[in-house]
Design a binder for this molecule. Structure first.
Ligand code: COA
Ligand code: AMP
Length: 638
């Protein structure tokens, strides 16, 4: 079947389509119902089915006689080492770590928060949680202590697992002080923290609470996989929403295993035994789905890369890894290629490496800007450059070109067409469906396919309110865009207060809360502006309290430090402008969307409820003087 038939089949008979896919993974007990709604009205897949995601990822391959095949390759320019683990080794190790967690009282449904760098122990801890039915929540290592504390309070973990440090280029970043500070700030206190001591930094241990990973896992007895319900949670992954409080996206076991297993061949074109690489971080959804679970479900060798696209040691780093491990399908964020392009514009370093195994180049995490797309096309001749669009909430592609089904023509700026199961529509503000080339909100008609989130952890109301209330019956993706006359989808950017900085999803509300805390700040708005390297970066527009005489440069320096300390360096918050007023409605709501569109060079409508229209011209002039206004978004003409 080609793409069109596959897609049509998935919409015409979702249950039949996904029943067939569910038969491809090992269940302890087959599902009794393929799709229904739970007491909250949320759609649930594969009710009655029992499985274990760690079994699907590891044990099944050992049972099938593939124990000696390589499961995980830890390629770490940060520590100058490459280590490979077979399925048998990884299963044995994971079973022991699962035993260690069980010894600490962690059982089915208990949460374990993981705050770790890109080391094999991180993957093993995730799989060990899955093995005993515990729910892991990985927090990206770039987040500062207060962000980690918020997640600890929401997830309420029994145990945390961390490491003494991460390594950023050649800088050692101690993690343990951040972990200790986060636990101090949090209301909820985990009973234990297990810490991997890395040679680059020794963490100071808190007696009674802290446990040394090495001796702990060495003395633990291995435990077997516990059957869990298809609808039981596998993990919580916090993501930025429109407010400062992150949303705990919940992933179930059954739908996730079926969808990700399906995606490996259908979308990424790989089979059991192939080498697959997603150069992301386990702290993000891409890392969960395509460093850990997806490739292992399929029996691929997956690469855990502890390095950067550049300066580890040079802009040829990716080409070296692709060649050395014979990668077939590669997935990375466009920002990484922009970093390479900046240092090696002619891609000269690639010539040293044999990339003959590379068949597909996938990108996602942010919009693939046409210049980067064309650069990739030029330097990876014959290899399809596949932009695909998805989110933490969906866990896998909403729109993609399907390498294993039928490769369609690619178009610059478009992630091609909807993936099976996603009934995508473009709606205007009134919920009317828009025709070709008209931009609106991108939504997906219910039910969403397997693998997508069934709720927000501990706050189902927020799930309904944030995603399902604006257009009843349709999932609000939060992205805006349009389709062309061939149905190709163009995702033009967020329509809410989420920004995407170097492939990292952040909420402007989260940053605003920190900026507003400065004693001299009366009011503020944080918006994303276009950035040639990072896609977007946040800037603060700040109104000072009456009588405040702090110099603008000093204020900016203090705010930058506050955002680093409270959100993290990854926010890339470097600029704050003092303004004399902010555009508001008569009821006092700051018109962030208007300002966002002004700096994006997009058409904007000023609401009639604005309290003083003259502020718009004043701001437009200021943005132009400060060099903030983009000429255009670099979009293809519609
Ligand atoms: N732990 C601690 N700090 C981190 C971190 C981590 N895991 N990740 C990033 N940081 C820090 C960086 O060291 C930097 O600190 P600095 O301001 O003191 O220099 C800051 O956060 C900003 O990082 P970033 O925006 O990532 O810039 P960079 O120059 O360090 O790296 C890229 C640029 C392109 C190499 C990097 O952004 C990248 O690889 N992005 C891809 C993201 C991705 O894979 N996203 C997943 C979706 S597919
Ligand atoms: P995250 O949940 O961190 O994966 O971020 C998801 C958001 O990143 C989406 O809602 C989009 O705004 C953006 N995004 C991800 N992939 C793409 C893509 N291929 N094209 C455009 N935007 C993307």
């Amino acid at each position: 079947m080609g793409y069109a038939e596959t897609y049509q089949a998935s919409l015409a008979d979702p249950q039949g389509f996904w029943r067939e896919q569910a038969a491809q993974i090992p269940w302890f007990e087959a599902p009794t119902t393929i799709l229904d709604q739970d007491a909250n009205g949320a759609w649930r897949w594969f009710r009655g089915g029992k499985l274990n995601s760690c079994y699907v990822a590891l044990d099944q391959h050992v049972a099938a006689g593939r124990g000696d095949a390589v499961a995980l390759i830890h390629d770490s320019p940060a520590t100058n080492s490459v280590r490979k683990y077979t399925f048998a080794e990884l299963t044995e190790w994971t079973a022991r770590v699962a035993g260690g967690l069980a010894d600490l009282g962690v059982g089915k449904g208990d949460r374990v928060v993981i705050y770790m760098p890109m080391i094999p122990e991180t993957v093993v801890t995730m799989l060990a949680c899955a093995r005993i039915g515990a729910v892991h929540s990985v927090v990206f290592g770039g987040f500062a202590a207060p962000e980690l504390a918020t997640r600890i309070d929401d997830a309420q973990p029994k145990v945390m697992v961390s490491a003494s440090c991460g390594i950023e280029f050649d800088r050692v970043i101690p993690y343990k002080p951040l972990l200790d500070e986060a636990i101090r700030l949090a209301q909820h206190k985990p009973e234990h923290t297990v810490v991997v001591q890395r040679p680059q930094a020794q963490a100071t241990m808190v007696p009674e609470r802290d446990i040394d990973w090495q001796s702990w896992q060495a003395s633990a007895a291995p435990v077997d996989c516990v059957p869990v319900d298809a609808t039981d949670p596998l993990y919580i992954l916090y993501t930025s929403g429109t407010t400062g409080k992150p949303k705990g996206v919940v992933r179930d076991n059954g739908g996730h295993a079926v969808a990700l297993h399906y995606s490996m061949h259908a979308i990424y074109g790989v089979d059991t035994g192939d080498v697959y690489w997603a150069a992301s971080d386990v702290g993000w959804v891409v890392g969960h789905s395509y460093i850990v679970y997806g490739p292992l479900f399929k029996g691929c060798s997956t690469i855990l890369y502890e390095g950067k696209p550049v300066r580890t040691p040079d802009a040829g780093a990716f080409w070296r890894v692709l060649a050395e491990h014979k990668v077939k399908s590669f997935f990375v964020a466009p920002t990484a290629f922009r970093a390479i392009k900046k240092e090696d514009p002619d891609c000269a370093l690639k010539a040293q490496y044999d990339l003959s195994h590379l068949e597909y180049q996938f990108v996602a995490g942010e919009r693939l800007d046409p210049p980067t797309y064309h650069w990739l096309q030029e330097h990876l001749p014959g290899i399809p450059i596949i932009d695909h669009w998805w989110q933490t909430e969906t866990g896998w592609s909403i729109c993609t070109n399907m390498a294993g089904v039928e490769l369609l023509e690619t178009k610059a700026g478009s992630p091609t067409l909807p993936a099976p199961g996603y009934d995508l529509r473009i709606l205007d503000d009134d919920g009317q469906e828009l025709g070709p080339n008209s931009e609106g909100a991108i939504v997906v008609k219910e039910p969403l396919p397997p693998g997508t989130f069934p709720t927000v952890w501990g706050d189902h109301e927020r799930f309904v309110e944030s995603y399902w209330s604006q257009y009843p019956g349709f999932y609000l993706t939060g992205d805006g865009g349009y389709r062309d006359e061939d149905g190709y989808v163009y995702v033009m950017g967020r329509i809410d207060d989420v920004i995407n900085v170097a492939g990292h999803r952040l909420s402007t509300g989260q940053i605003e809360e920190v900026v507003a805390d400065h004693p001299a700040v009366a009011e503020c708005a944080v918006i994303g502006i276009n950035d040639a390297d990072k896609g977007q970066v946040p800037i603060g527009l700040v109104l000072l309290k009456d009588g405040s005489n702090i110099a603008a440069a000093a204020l900016q320096a203090e705010l930058v430090q506050m955002v680093r300390d409270n959100v993290g360096a990854i926010a890339n918050f470097k600029r704050a402008l003092v303004v004399s007023r902010l555009p508001k409605t008569r009821s006092g709501k700051i018109l962030r969307q208007v300002m966002r569109k002004m700096v994006d060079g997009e058409a904007y409508k000023v609401p009639s409820t604005i309290d003083d229209i003259t502020i718009i011209d004043e701001l437009a002039e200021r943005f132009a003087v400060e060099g903030l206004t983009a000429a255009a978004k670099g979009v293809e003409p519609k």
